[in-house]
Ligand binder design. Structure first.
Ligand code: DER
Length: 235
């Protein structure tokens, strides 16, 4: 099975939890896009009715419109029934790294407003400790004096051998700009982060920081698709 087939299997399994009448948080990324497509298909077939979607990015907003999912927002629906979204890393406690697609702020706002949050991944996303794979830990920051904020972020985690890099567009080297007009600084760690809540508080205390990509204690259900099949883990 290809990685995309595994992502589709996990996404379709999550959509089995969607009931007519639900207000849904619609995730962003290559895994969540399969769930959005499936929801649209079931609506079209009349197998699902009265669904309202709250998208977690402009990209998902466009996709949901194209597959016919009626859309709304958190102002009109401050509490959602269920969110389905992917993740970049999942640890054994269902803590996540998200944001390598750049949508972490709206994802965290929407998923934080949901009664249930189902994370859908292929097995390659499972890790023992967040941030230990040497992959990016995204932090959304304001563009004003971004270098100053990046250096302060790097300084916070000197003990973990942290390097902070402004995310740029490959072609032009211009800074990547989020749906909210902000920049992303990616943090790379050489050793373990330690207590994730302590790390989270340290990051959020910096005045130029908007939000980070650690989703701690937010997911309620994990659906993992692997070579041996798909498994569902409730928190
Ligand atoms: O960037 C994001 O937050 C995405 O949801 C990411 O966490 C998962 O993206 P993927 O399903 O394309 O791997």
């Amino acid at each position: 099975l290809t990685q995309d087939e595994l992502k589709k299997i996990a996404a379709y399994k999550a959509v089995e939890y969607v009931e007519s009448g639900m207000v849904l948080g619609l995730g962003t990324g290559s895994t969540a896009k399969h769930a959005v497509a499936k929801i649209g298909e079931l609506l079209h077939q009349g197998k699902l009715k009265n669904i309202v979607g709250v998208p977690t990015s402009k990209m998902t907003h466009e996709q949901a419109l194209s597959v016919g999912i009626p859309l709304s927002d958190l102002d009109k629906h401050p509490v959602l029934d269920l969110a389905i979204d992917g993740a970049d890393e999942v640890d054994p406690h269902l803590n996540l790294v998200k944001g390598r697609g750049g949508s972490l702020l709206r994802e965290k706002m929407v998923e934080g407003a949901c009664k249930k949050f189902i994370v859908i991944v292929d097995e390659s996303k499972l890790v023992n400790h967040l941030g230990a794979t040497g992959m990016a830990m995204p932090v959304e920051i304001v563009p004003f004096c971004w270098k100053f904020t990046a250096e302060r972020l790097q300084g916070l985690f000197e003990h973990a051998g942290c390097v902070a890099k402004l995310r740029t567009l490959n072609q032009t080297g211009e800074p990547f700009v989020t749906d909210n007009g902000n920049y992303i600084v990616d943090l790379y760690f050489k050793s373990e982060l330690g207590d994730l809540n302590v790390a989270s508080d340290k990051i959020l205390r910096l005045a130029g920081v908007v939000e980070h990509g650690m989703f701690l204690g937010m997911a309620t259900t994990l659906i993992v698709a692997g070579e041996l099949g798909v498994c569902v883990r409730e928190k």
